[in-house]
Design a protein. Structure first.
Lengths: 115, 115
């Protein structure tokens, strides 16, 4: 199916464990983004990527790692999960490089609980 | 740096009443502006966007927004609320030029529609 998908949709893990959240888009969009959504904070950008093998930090990158070896995939890894990383994580993608503006298309989200 | 302020974290209206959700932005030049909607347990969906054509922008589901440069505002309205409009609404802004791929989001306004 065309679009942007995230897996898993729900994840419970323990403090100190490594967790990887997957994101896949079928539009060949250049840009991909990871956000976390927390009550009272809205959406905050964790990392973004302008193309394969090009990534950069957003507003709240600490404790997260990303990679982008293929245009369509943008996994987010929590190397050692902490309770403060309990959140809903959204992946998004947008347009082509150099477009006048880039509306972002969002995945359904992953609800992560760190115990 | 850009910022977005959504006045009112929670707005409650009766079915059939006017919906008004407020958004003010801070930017040195008129930016691109977006309204997104998030239904429970879903990702964000684009409602409408302003990209410097008409200042009154019509979106999906009967929503519209008016860009007012003098007031640095982009308020979202709908003449008659439906129960199905109950959701969280986010205003977002992106720069014109080199960083236009990044969105800055407001903290969201939760809309409740009462029967």
């Amino acid at each position: 199916d065309a679009g942007i998908t995230q897996s898993p949709r729900y994840k419970i893990t323990e403090t100190g464990r490594q967790v990887t959240l997957m994101c896949h888009q079928t539009w060949s969009h250049s840009y991909m983004f990871w956000y976390r959504q927390d009550l009272g904070h809205g959406l905050r950008l964790i990392y973004y990527s302008a193309a394969a093998d090009i990534t950069d930090k957003g507003e709240v990158p600490d404790g997260y790692v990303v990679s982008r070896s293929k245009t369509e995939n943008f996994p987010l890894t929590l190397e050692s999960a902490t309770r403060s990383q309990t959140s809903v994580y959204f992946c998004a993608s947008s347009g082509t490089f150099g477009s006048a503006y880039n509306e972002q298309f969002f995945g359904p989200g992953t609800r992560l609980t760190v115990l | 740096a850009q910022s977005v302020t959504q006045l009112g974290s929670h707005v409650s209206v009766s079915e059939g009443a006017l919906v008004l959700l407020r958004c003010n932005y801070s930017s040195s030049v008129p930016p691109y502006l977006f309204w997104y909607v998030q239904y429970p347990n879903q990702g964000l969906q684009l409602l409408l966007k302003y990209t410097s054509a008409a200042t009154l922008v019509k979106g999906i589901n009967g929503f519209e927004a008016e860009f007012k440069k003098s007031e640095t505002s982009f308020h979202l309205t709908k003449p008659s609320a439906h129960m199905s409009d109950a959701a969280e609404y986010f205003c977002a802004v992106s720069e014109r030029g080199g960083s236009n791929y990044k969105l800055t989001f407001g903290k969201g306004t939760l809309l409740t529609v009462n029967p």
